[in-house]
Design a protein around this ligand. Structure first.
Ligand code: AMP
Ligand code: MN
Ligand code: MN
Length: 346
């Protein structure tokens, strides 16, 4: 589907899809995925999106461990951010793959379009499996299980492991609960529902230590908080306080270290009284990455799609290539203002 999006400078075409409908037969689809995985005899390479978050790592790690319990050979070429490294055992993750092994299945998790995967090439797989919860997922692959109503890909993996012939253990439950917790802001975002809390209860019963995970995923080095102070100085408010916007320059990132874990600063400016849309721009090499967060009825997804990105209604993002920070800020603000005004009959 093509979208034509109006910007100050004219019309801009994006190729993003928005299909927030759940699978017509979710239990049937889960069974089809479980059957495909149990029948697969070759290696299975798991891949998630670039800049992996707790759901990207949690969902792939839980599935990798479940597949190994089934006697499969599973590879996970992924480099976690420092605050998630506690989930992994030494040697469990691989370096980026130059080529896929022969006769392999490529299982792509938490990735809305295949060009966003990291650590593995997309060419040369005998079978591509797509498991995701982004409404902007373009349903790539030989078998796609896309459930936008699921709070996290890890929530889908919880349901999948329930139907696989493996027993739940703490090793499976911990990464799975971590993925659910990080994508729901530890059960605070609007995607938190009864299914989420029931799954969390099951995972705790299987041995996942909820309070310890909660503590671990929120810990950051001192430089994170020092940099947060500097980023807060860039805060701007727009549209009568409905939009908050802040930015991280390349120079600041370099001054405080490249592994800055600054992606969740947007969570802080989302809690400013009166804010409906929070925007964080991050200068990275020749691009500007934008993170968008929204309160209902506003849609972060609409803003991100207008900018050529994707995500969910409450949390979405985009990458603006070849733009300087000033130009990117103008463009992002225009898209956010359009979303605010759409609800006000302008
Ligand atoms: P972030 O702001 O990076 O935490 O991303 C919020 C949500 O939007 C996540 O579900 C991401 O997968 C998604 N997202 C972020 N950037 C992009 C992008 N460039 N294209 C598609 N989806 C994105
Ligand atoms: Mn993710
Ligand atoms: Mn996710």
């Amino acid at each position: 589907m093509l979208h034509w999006t109006r910007f100050a400078g004219g019309y801009h075409r994006t190729m993003s899809l928005m299909n927030n409908a759940n699978e017509a037969d979710y239990p049937g689809k889960l069974k089809a995925v479980a059957d495909a995985l149990t029948a697969w005899e070759g290696p299975i390479v798991l891949a998630a999106h670039v800049d992996p978050d707790g759901d990207a790592l949690g969902s792939t790690l839980a599935l990798k461990r479940a597949l190994e319990d089934l006697g499969k050979t599973a590879l996970l070429p992924l480099e976690p951010p420092p605050f998630l490294a506690f989930l992994c055992e030494p040697g469990e993750l691989s370096d980026p793959l130059e080529a896929l092994p022969e006769h392999c299945m490529l299982a792509v998790l938490d990735v809305s379009d295949i060009s966003r995967i990291d650590g593995a090439p997309t060419e040369g797989a005998a079978f591509v499996l797509n498991i995701d919860h982004h409404g902007t997922n373009d349903r790539f692959g030989d078998l796609a299980l896309v459930q936008p109503g699921a709070a996290a890909t890890a929530q889908i993996i919880k349901d999948l492991i329930d139907v696989l012939p493996v027993a739940w253990t703490e090793k499976l439950a911990t990464p799975c609960l971590t993925g659910i917790m990080t994508d729901t802001g530890t059960f605070r975002y609007t995607n938190t529902n009864a299914d989420v809390l029931n799954a969390a209860g099951d995972l705790m019963a299987a041995g996942a230590a909820y309070t310890e995970i909660s503590d671990r995923v929120q810990r950051r080095p001192a430089s994170y908080f020092q940099m947060l102070g500097r980023v807060m100085e860039t805060l701007e408010m727009h549209e009568d306080g409905k939009i908050s916007m802040a930015h991280v320059t390349q120079a600041l990132r370099e001054a405080y270290g490249e592994d800055d874990d600054s992606d969740d600063y947007v969570g802080a400016i989302r809690y400013i009284e009166g804010v409906e849309l929070a925007l964080l721009l991050k200068e990275k090499d020749d691009a500007v990455k934008v993170s968008v967060r929204a309160r209902p009825p506003y849609s972060a997804q609409n803003v991100a799609v207008a900018l050529g990105g994707g995500g969910h209604v409450a949390a979405a993002g985009a990458k603006l290539d070849g733009l300087g920070l000033t130009e990117a800020k103008e463009r992002v603000l225009t898209a956010a203002q359009a979303e605010i005004r759409r609800h006000e009959g302008h």
